[in-house]
Design a protein around this ligand. Structure first.
Ligand code: KG4
Ligand code: ZN
Length: 321
């Protein structure tokens, strides 16, 4: 069994999977409530909360898998990218567990982790495919030709898709993290009520800052009461613009690469409108879209493990190299 640990942002997560990709337990303790009153993640608060939670979350994952550390053959941990203080808590915990049990340690890239959410049982996906990774921190189009590696086709020039959802939600007076809130409220709204723009940028890149500004102006023009009254329409129209932008690029990436398989992973892959708009596209399982440790343990199957005891100096990295 592989024990996975993930602490890159505001979720403290641990999971136990088998080498062949069966998830025995996946425990996620979200700190969202702790950060929501600040309107976003406060790094120092996140690190301290990870410190409180990491040991109980690991214990709960082992317990609910009906496993003990005796059955674990390697420990996988997110090494980056993410908040460096938050990452260091997971990396230190993973080192301590692995070192105490003389186990190998596997440092995992968080983004490869999201892609590897597609490789878990009961319905694992085989490359090659085009993968759209849409989370709070990243928007990436990847060509995945084999498990464990990917080629970057495009990225965002400004905000990530999840960040666009979160910032839009904030303008509409919704709680952080706002993606799921917009998703919920938009169900009662008219997606064509407001003609929000989709940015045209060259190649396979994305841009969401213009859309965010368009919402800002719309909210300003409407005023507080009218914004409140039209909130569902605003949310639905804003969401529709993001979904349009993502869907268009997926089509273009599939044509550009000639790959027929297409998949979407990351927190925004949970969006019900995006899922409905792309019926032929493979989505990560709902419970594995937002940050979790099962995907990190899954990715560890395709990364070379660092043998005991050579990993005590392992560092975290905050952004892509
Ligand atoms: O992958 P993730 O948990 O964390 C990062 O690695 O960033 O993604 C979190 C992002 C947040 O921006 C959140 O608002 C967004 O995913 N999100 C959604 C939905 N659920 C989460 N966005 C749109 N619709 C949703 N249902
Ligand atoms: Zn993530």
């Amino acid at each position: 069994m592989i024990l996975g640990i993930e602490t890159s942002c505001d979720e403290t997560a641990a999971a136990v999977i088998t080498d062949d990709g069966h998830v025995l337990a996946s425990v996620v303790s979200s700190q969202a409530d702790l950060h929501s009153r600040y309107g976003g993640v406060v790094p120092e608060i996140a690190s301290r909360r990870h410190l409180d939670l990491v040991a109980p979350v690991v214990r709960e994952a082992l317990d609910s898998a009906g496993a003990s550390l005796d059955g674990v053959s390697k420990v996988a941990v997110t090494q980056g990218p993410g908040l460096v203080g938050a990452l260091l808590v997971g990396v230190s915990a993973a080192k301590a567990i692995a070192w105490a049990r003389q186990l190998p340690l596997v440092p995992v890239d968080h983004l490869e982790g999201h892609v590897a959410s597609l490789y878990l049982e009961p319905d694992p996906l085989e490359p090659p495919f085009v993968c759209l990774l849409v989370s709070g921190g990243h928007t990436l189009l990847l060509a995945v030709r084999e498990r464990g590696s990917s080629e970057r086709l495009g990225t965002t020039l400004d905000d990530a898709a999840g960040e666009a959802f979160d910032k839009g939600a904030r303008l509409l007076g919704l709680r952080y993290p706002g993606g799921a809130e917009i998703d919920r409220i938009a169900q009662d709204g008219d997606p064509s009520a407001f003609p929000f723009p989709v940015a045209r940028v060259p190649g396979l890149d994305f841009s969401f800052s213009g859309l965010k500004t368009a919402l800002l102006y719309a909210v300003r023009d409407l005023g507080v009461e009218e914004t409140e009254r039209r909130r569902a329409d605003l949310a639905a129209s804003y969401q529709a613009a993001i979904v349009r932008a993502l869907a268009r690029r997926i089509d273009e990436a599939a044509s550009a690469t000639g790959l027929d398989g297409v998949a979407v992973v990351g927190g925004v892959a949970a969006n019900s409108n995006l899922r409905a708009a792309l019926p032929d596209v493979r989505f990560a399982p709902l419970d594995l879209c937002t940050d979790n440790a099962a995907m990190i343990a899954s990715a560890a199957r395709y990364v070379e493990a660092l043998p005991y005891p050579g990993y005590l100096g392992l560092d975290a990295y905050p952004s892509f190299s």
